[in-house]
Design a protein around this ligand. Structure first.
Ligand code: GLN
Length: 483
């Protein structure tokens, strides 16, 4: 059955529609692959096998009844940051151990509506804070390309599950790079949608003005199909945009001739691993050969992105995480009185990284420091957005590496929070400015680890970056290699 688990989403749909196999068989093959591979990889926090079998049977019945849907019978796994009704949702944190949401996140509900089968919940850095998935409160996840290396983070489970053929697609979330960076480290394709494109209802909040959920899959075409199913306005999320959702999959084959691609000078520095820089430049040349026009551009505020993000994101996190008090959700450690219960619950329930960020966020928001840190960072954020507006008046997309290096070894950055933060330098500008960003494989380094590039687009131009990424994948085969 192994071959069923290495299909693309588009191929699996086609074959099920042609009657070559059923959704039940496809789901069974994935459950068997999870049994075989996940003890080593550790991508899943929980496998919802019974639910998946029920949904797969229902999908087969719908197909037999002529009720065809965009993802009918496709096994998909969900980052544990998204609330799933009646299925434990921990956000990678001990403080949410045992929490059973009473509703589905809108992105999850829309997948179900589109006919997808849910395989389970995926590991992540606690509350999506991290770049390696080592900060999960439960387990590490191994990179399917090299078991001694991290899968990236915070959506490490989402990337590893697809790379190890334990799901045809998955959902993750990106606050400062957490979809694109693990996709790059694990050699899969994934998109961070523009802010407001996908509903945040039921997406457990980290930095509310940055967070977006988005899909991982084996190809850009598959990513486009899943994005099409989850995108669009949601009355339950006041920050979701009413802008109409184009048919992303249908628009993929439009010609890319004449599209203008900018290479941000500040992103191609000496700090990049040489193979990473070379692969991104070669990808730009490939797109040029396909008819795109490539030019250098300058991002003058590039140096300010990291500090602005790490002030605003932790400020928002400190407010968002105030709700975990042991009274309403998940785990509780009883204390002598109410205050003691709060302290003990939060003291035991939160990990180191989360505590560090809550303290930092509370500090930058406190009277006396608010103007100096939070207020300044917001002003800088506006400048960054305005600069991107100007840049996108002249180009249709930006191309850059996703991360300065390929996947790190376990422990390499864990003891050094500053180095960990610096590794996010290429991804966070997109979140500050609400851009969309597509990550896709563009080569391998000397040790055989995948290299990812990102195509960044102006808000609500997902169709353009998906079209560029698809054209690139039609001309190359990096995305077809598997560990
Ligand atoms: N690594 C970044 C952080 O820790 C981004 C995380 C994310 O996108 N969720 O904040």
């Amino acid at each position: 059955m192994t071959e069923l688990t290495s299909l693309t989403l588009s191929a699996a749909l086609e074959k099920m529609r042609a009657g070559e196999f059923s959704a039940a068989e496809l789901t069974e093959a994935h459950l068997a692959q999870i049994d075989a591979r996940d003890p080593e990889i550790g991508a899943y926090l929980c496998v919802t096998a019974d639910l998946a079998r029920d949904q797969a049977r229902a999908a087969d019945d719908m197909r037999a009844a002529g009720d065809e849907r965009p993802l009918l019978g496709i096994p998909i796994a969900i980052k544990d940051v998204l609330s799933t009704k009646g299925v434990e949702t921990t956000c990678g944190s001990r403080i949410l151990k045992g929490y059973l949401p009473i509703f589905d996140a809108t992105a999850v509900a829309r997948l179900r509506e589109a006919g997808a089968v849910m395989l389970g919940k995926l590991n992540m850095d606690e509350f999506a804070m991290g770049s390696t998935t080592e900060a999960s409160g439960y387990q590490i996840t191994r990179n399917p390309w090299d078991a001694e290396r991290v899968p990236g983070g915070s959506s490490g489970g989402s990337a590893a599950a697809v790379a190890a053929n334990m799901a045809i697609a998955s959902l993750g979330s990106d606050t400062g790079g957490s979809i694109r960076q693990p996709a790059a480290f694990c050699g899969v394709s994934a998109i961070k949608p523009s802010y407001g494109r996908v509903s945040r209802y039921g997406l457990i909040a980290y930095g509310s003005s940055f967070d977006q959920a988005g899909p991982f899959a084996r190809t850009v075409e598959d990513v486009a199909r899943v994005l099409g199913a989850i995108a669009g306005h949601d009355p339950l999320d006041s920050t979701s945009m009413p802008t109409p959702v184009p048919d992303y999959a249908a628009g993929l084959n439009r010609d890319i001739a004449g599209l203008r691609i900018g290479l941000p000078r500040e992103y191609f520095t000496d700090a990049l691993q040489p193979e990473v820089a070379a692969a991104a430049r070669a990808a730009a040349a490939q797109l040029e050969a396909l008819g795109a026009r490539v030019q250098e551009v300058s991002l003058e505020h590039a140096d300010y992105c990291l500090p602005a993000y790490y002030i605003i994101a932790v400020a928002e996190a400190s407010a968002n995480l105030a709700r975990y008090d042991g009274i309403r959700f998940g785990a509780r450690v009883d204390g002598a009185d109410l205050l003691d219960t709060y302290k003990k619950t939060r003291g035991h329930g939160f990990g180191e990284e989360v505590k560090r960020r809550i303290m930092l966020g509370t500090y930058t928001l406190s009277a006396g420091y608010y103007d100096a840190y939070y207020g300044k960072a917001q002003a800088v954020r506006t400048l960054i957005r305005e600069e991107f507006d100007q840049i996108f008046a002249g180009v249709d997309a930006l191309l850059a590496p996703v991360a300065p290096t390929t996947a790190f070894k376990f422990g390499e950055l864990m003891g050094d929070p500053l180095q960990m933060i610096l590794a996010d330098v290429l991804t966070i500008s997109a979140n500050l400015a609400g851009l969309c960003g597509l990550a896709l494989p563009c080569g391998f380094d000397d040790e055989g680890l995948p290299i990812g590039m990102q195509l960044l687009g102006a808000p609500y131009s997902e169709d353009t970056i998906l079209r560029l990424g698809h054209a690139y994948q039609l001309a190359t085969d990096w995305h077809l290699r598997s560990p």
